[in-house]
Design a protein around this ligand. Sequence first.
Ligand code: ADP
Ligand code: MG
Length: 253
Amino acid sequence: MNEVLLSARSLTKRFGGLAAVNEVSVDLWRDRIHAVIGPNGAGKSTLTNLLSGDLPPTSGSVSLGGQDVTGWSPEKISRQGLGRSYQKTNIFLPFSVWDNVRLASQSREPHAASWLKRAISFEAINARAERAIKLAGLESRKNRLAGTISHGEQRQLEIAMTLATEPQVLLLDEPLAGMGVAEAERMVELLLQLKKEHAMLLVEHDMDAVFTLADQLTVMVNGQVIASGTPAAVRADATVQAAYLGEESDEGH
Ligand code: ADP
Ligand code: MG
């Protein structure tokens, strides 16, 4: 089933005179990972923010599950089935892993009108949090304070918080940032698992991970898409070699 769950058309975001994202179109399919790569300042995080509703686009449109969600609030877009993690961490360090995930799960609940609804949704909130913690591989860390688990586990926690809203579409901004080799391998395994049930946009600098995970690959430079297609086609693209991948290998990455 190759179903497009999210489709963005000609998205542009200007900050004053700077077009941080310039006429970018992107599709996310169920069961596929669409990776977005590019040097710092290329506009990858801004693109993510446009898709999640954290920033309104200057022009262009986003549809999610067949619904035009352009200009919707992040909360409304989240309820429509989109979950995202942030490049900068979003977790409450003094709270337990469980409390962090439970709060994220709660954010998805519409405000209940009666004590009965509250009682029912309490069960639902906890069930979603349990499931998310399990999926993210954090069961054994459930009662630890978020500030005391490893950096890799904190990134897993962010994924768990994202999963707690039961999204169909996942936007992950550099989930492997700052990870050691073993931690990165575990995260790649987790993302491969999550791919089975989600459409995923993955912004990532780790090229080994990108080429292991991506079904689709888009390269951005200065706000623009310079190449998009299968990872093999993009890797072979001379423009990409010159602008980005070639530069990376010259630096010995
Ligand atoms: P990337 O994630 O690819 O490193 P960003 O999307 O963070 O790139 O940034 C793209 C460009 O937009 C950069 O030049 C950055 O300085 C600029 N930018 C990002 N956010 C803002 C903002 N809120 N206001 C002004 N400029 C911004
Ligand atoms: Mg970024």
